[in-house]
Design a protein around this ligand. Structure first.
Ligand SMILES: *Cc1c(COP(=O)(O)O)cnc(C)c1O
Length: 219
């Protein structure tokens, strides 16, 4: 299947309120151009350096989403252009994004990443860390970041019950922050293997890579 037909098929299956992030990490520019020509404008990458190289050469109406784990010392490279940072998993990182956004005279939209998977390897906040951030005085003073929702990654499993349980957990965190975060409209959950379940459980943004661009080759 081609990138264009994969994209069309996925877009047809998404409800109107769900945004598609085309996850293009490791893929060559030519693949992104194909998706762009088919109308895709939102791309997700998980390495700041790779995303920046792609941003430099591709059309400027693309929205770049950083979906991976972010190292604080690299925030400055994406601060001029990034549209949404999905993986904010510490207050220190949020403060660094605020600082770099301010230097660029921008406000950067962020999602707080919650830990929902059974695997300990996946990053994210627990519910106490989430309430500590949202309840802190310092948080209210950050003027150059806007927390527009939550993100999470479920366990890599085919166990549908488990996936549902983890997505429901994330949705309940999302519901619980609405009074503190009136701008929190985005719930980023679901990837190639589990996005249909994620949408049934309340996702408003899916991050899909291999079902669009094919399997990735890490060498
Ligand atoms: C790679 C990645 C995706 C996309 O994964 P696919 O299974 O290829 O759709 C989604 N979210 C994150 C955080 C990723 O790192």
């Amino acid at each position: 299947m081609s990138i264009v037909s994969n994209l069309e098929n996925i877009k047809k299956s998404l409800p109107e309120h769900v945004t598609l992030v085309a996850v293009s990490k490791t893929k060559p520019i030519t693949d992104l151009v194909e998706a762009y020509k088919a109308g895709q404008r939102v791309f997700g990458e998980n390495k700041i350096q790779e995303m920046t190289q792609k941003w430099e050469v591709l059309p400027k109406d693309i929205e770049w989403h950083m979906i991976g784990h972010v190292q604080r010392n690299k925030v400055k490279y994406m601060a001029p252009y990034v549209s949404l940072v999905h993986g904010v998993d510490s207050f220190r990182l949020l403060k660094e994004i605020d600082k770099q956004a301010q230097k660029n005279l921008r406000t950067i939209n962020c999602l707080l990443q919650m830990h929902i998977a059974e695997e300990d390897t996946k990053f994210g906040l627990d519910s106490n860390e989430l309430s500590d951030i949202l309840g802190s005085e310092e948080f209210l003073q950050l003027e150059h970041v806007k927390v527009v929702g939550l993100m999470g990654m479920a366990t890599f499993t085919e166990d549908e019950e488990q996936l549902r349980r983890e997505f429901k957990q994330l949705k309940s965190y999302f519901d619980s922050v609405q009074n503190k975060l009136p701008d929190a409209k985005i719930l980023s959950m679901g990837m190639s293997g589990d996005y249909k379940i994620a949408i049934e459980e309340g996702s408003t943004m899916v991050r899909i890579g291999s079902s669009i661009f094919g399997a990735r080759n890490y060498n």
